[in-house]
Ligand binder design. Structure first.
Ligand SMILES: *Cc1c(COP(=O)(O)O)cnc(C)c1O
Length: 579
């Protein structure tokens, strides 16, 4: 796409929403995402394109990607940079340069663009900011190399590029119609600082040095989605670092302190203070966020996934035959309930065989397609408790021996500096050794969007057992549901809204309540997990095929028809953007 094309596109349909995200995952070979947040951003943009919404998106380019994961025989993770050439997929906008000042030095930024085309003809441009330009200082050229790499200084520099550089990019593109600056997580919150600077009023107008900063106007323009109740997920920077990096190049320190906290710059607080609307990503996460930030009015919009992206080719063909409008309207998936059982079984079997073939190719392990296959793939963070199912190996072995066989497929990357997350992978590999001969367990390297599709669709049951209430929403279970794979999950995040016991899947552990008590419930949760497997899930899988296939169909009809980004973006549109 050349510059005049972009310009025409923006003139024909002036964008009203600018969506800012530190990571955006649109396709597997565009390695500008790490996990759930980025995939959600990509799925949101695809749904907006399907509906032809007037939205543009902004993120960073990441020439070295997140990382490629390698595991040795003991499950020790090592990381390699991703090798990719942006010019293969994106178009560089040669004539356009954006400038920001970082630590007193000017940094030039070049946008690259990727057009996302929707099912009904809408196109949304996604802009990737790149600092790797010959005119920049060598240190500054690296600022957009690594997603979530580097130290706090590196991170703050990236957030200056995203927030401040992003707003300046819109100006450079002559986009003056934005009514919603959408911060997808607090990483983008410095955009409010640039907006304060731009909308500064003159002293002649206000007669008061304090009132030159037009907080109300900026609030009116901004909306914020918070994504995690885990404290480490909320960026905070000491003011010493802020002074060094931002100096007084944008707005004075006192002004920042007023909206971002007096002890340190808290990006979440900044976003909360300068947004007219803040939402959490599930009803439960909304309650938890309200308790975390009691002085703010937080609402909720539950996450979704992009239906076409997260449906395997066999299920796509099945829906094309039985539910012709599903590609434009995900609500239609409720009609999956009428698809003949045999066709569901055949489509799922194809997805399962594709996964098992990949397992064999990568690990040499031959899994049996007749055996109940349980999947677990997500970021390896301790609160996700990937090893909960191995709490009591003897018990698990007994269920497999006395009730029915099981096998497990795992995948997931640990953040390079998250040692406990890395240890968790080793623990699973240890457990796999302990179960050898009785219960096959494989751990696949390099979890990414392609593997995500294969694993969520190719297993029979999707397991999720986070330490509540830390799962803000979770989305991989929604991908499973789109392919007739029922969920087996702790009641946290989206599953509280999606589960109907024994109908759409099964719950692990206690019912949700309002307590925020933080106690370790691993023993009780493991007990519940084993009991459900033993009493309900394994017997149904092997003994009542009709009931099992009903569950598969209900997962699609009740869960997939609702937990998708088509429904989600319509809620953003009517409740937030154009309220
Ligand atoms: C969907 C997806 C995620 C998010 O999964 P959760 O269940 O929300 O943890 C993470 N990584 C990849 C590669 C995905 O495709």
């Amino acid at each position: 796409m050349d510059n005049p094309n972009i310009r025409n596109m923006l003139i024909e349909r002036p964008p009203k929403i600018a969506y800012f995200s530190m990571e955006i995952g649109l396709r597997n070979d565009l390695p500008t995402y790490s996990g759930g947040l980025g995939v959600l951003a990509g799925d949101t943009i695809k749904a907006a394109a399907d509906l032809g919404l007037p939205l543009v998106a902004i993120t960073l380019l990441y020439r070295k990607g997140y990382f490629r994961q390698q595991l040795d025989l003991n499950g020790s993770q090592s990381e390699k940079p991703v090798d990719w050439n942006p010019a293969d997929l994106l178009t560089e906008l040669d004539g356009i340069t954006v400038r920001v000042t970082i630590a007193g030095r000017e940094v030039a930024l070049r946008p690259w663009v990727y057009p996302v085309r929707g099912a009904t003809g809408g196109t949304i441009p996604v802009f990737f900011l790149d600092s790797d330009l010959p005119e920049n200082h060598p240190d500054d050229r690296r600022l957009t190399w690594h997603l979530y790499g580097g130290d706090q200084r590196y991170r703050l520099a990236q957030e200056i590029i995203l927030g401040i550089g992003g707003v300046r990019l819109l100006r450079e593109l002559h986009i003056h119609t934005i009514q919603n600056y959408h911060m997808n997580e607090g990483h983008a919150a410095l955009l409010t600082i640039e907006l304060l600077r731009v909308h500064k009023r003159s002293i002649q107008e206000t007669w008061d040095a304090e009132h030159v900063w037009d907080y109300y106007h900026v609030r009116y323009l901004c909306v914020f989605t918070t994504h995690t109740p885990v404290p480490a997920g909320h960026d905070r920077f000491p003011y010493g670092l802020v002074d060094e990096m931002l100096r007084s190049d944008y707005v004075p320190r006192e002004t920042i302190e007023k909206v971002a906290g007096s002890h340190e710059l808290n990006m979440t607080q900044l976003a909360l203070n300068l947004s007219r609307y803040t939402n959490a990503v599930s009803k439960k996460h909304c309650e938890v966020s309200r308790r975390m930030f009691p002085n703010y009015d937080i609402k909720s919009v539950t996450n979704g996934v992009h239906s076409v992206t997260w449906t395997t080719p066999e299920f796509q063909a099945l829906y094309d035959r039985h539910i012709p409008d599903w590609r434009q309207d995900s609500f239609m998936l409720r009609n999956a309930i009428a698809i003949p059982d045999a066709e569901i079984v055949i489509a799922h079997r194809a997805a399962k065989e594709r996964l098992l073939a990949l397992v064999q190719k990568r690990t040499g392990i031959v899994l049996d397609p007749e055996i109940l296959t349980i999947g677990f793939a997500r970021r390896s963070a301790t609160y996700k408790r990937a090893d909960l199912v191995f709490h009591d190996l003897e018990r698990l072995r007994r269920i497999a021996r006395d009730v029915g066989k099981m096998q497990f497929v795992f995948a997931g990357k640990a953040h390079p500096r998250d040692q406990p997350g890395k240890d968790l992978i080793k623990h699973i590999i240890d457990a796999a050794r302990g179960l050898a001969g009785d219960i096959p367990v494989v751990y696949l390297e390099e979890y990414n969007m392609d593997l995500g599709l294969l694993v969520t669709t190719g297993v029979d049951l999707w397991l999720n057992n986070p330490d509540r209430p830390h799962e803000a929403s979770g989305t991989s279970g929604m991908k499973a549901a789109h392919n007739g794979v029922p969920n087996f999950s702790v009641l946290d995040g989206w599953w509280i809204e999606g589960y109907i016991e024994g109908i759409t899947g099964w719950a692990i552990g206690r019912k949700p309540d309002d307590s925020d008590l933080h106690v370790d419930e691993s023993d009780a949760d493991a007990e519940s997990l084993y009991e459900k497997l033993e009493q309900k899930i394994v017997p149904t899988y092997y003994g009542q095929q009709d009931r099992w296939v009903d569950t598969m169909k209900y997962a699609i009809s009740f869960n997939a028809s609702f937990f998708n980004t088509y429904r989600m973006i319509l809620e953003y549109y009517s409740n937030i953007y154009f309220l």
